[in-house]
Ligand binder design. Sequence first.
Ligand code: SAM
Length: 238
Amino acid sequence: MNKFKEELIKGSLKLGIFLTEDMLELFYSHYQIMVEENNKYNLTAITSKLEAAEKHFVDSLLLLKEIEKYSYIFMVDIGSGAGFPGLPLKICRPENINLVLVDAVNKKVNFLKKVIAALKLEKTTAIHARAEEMAVDYREKFDVAVTRAVGELRLIAEYCLPLIKIGGIFIAAKGPNVKEEINNAANSIKTLGGKIIKVREEKLPISNEGRTIVTIEKIKGTPAKYPRRPGIPKKDPL
Ligand code: SAM
């Protein structure tokens, strides 16, 4: 068996996640297309089989615990880049997720479309948009928003909270040591109608690197003035 699949099996089993051969094949196809396209334009710095298996795919699956309780969700991945964490979650729970991947860079969106078509993923779309513009058509439409490596918590809260329904959740995949970042986001989260309901510290199962999964529930509607115009949330975070 190839090293990528071996590493993926090892890592996911340590998280208590069982992957079928069909899923492993889909993960591997996603990986192969990513490496191929990465030769033409920059998608990721992590390309070796072992590192990508853990730091992209297993890392994305860390969020599975947070969505396991739902039987069916409309989920958005904001700033999905090469498809993380949205695509691995979809591959792992194909029947339970209707997925929208969003990125501001068109090349990345074309890459995502290519992967969706190659893997024949149903109920999966990729949209070229800035997160701040998504609220025009998708305000309070999603059950769940996920995001990884797009910005600090107070910023991504403004990108994601307006898009989810009251009672829905926003799951931020973060690195280690995020206490201060969480404290700095208190005003933003409250203003946008959210409340932190869980902060789960994890270790990646092979490299032992620290990760934090922050879950925010939307408890009130987001005031209509948020999100602000593209670029403003980043320039002047709440
Ligand atoms: N989530 C992926 C991952 O973890 O591998 C990609 C992370 S990459 C560092 C950040 C991505 O967010 C980029 O693809 C970038 O184009 C996208 N991005 C940044 N700001 C954005 C915004 N306001 N709206 C949509 N996408 C954005």
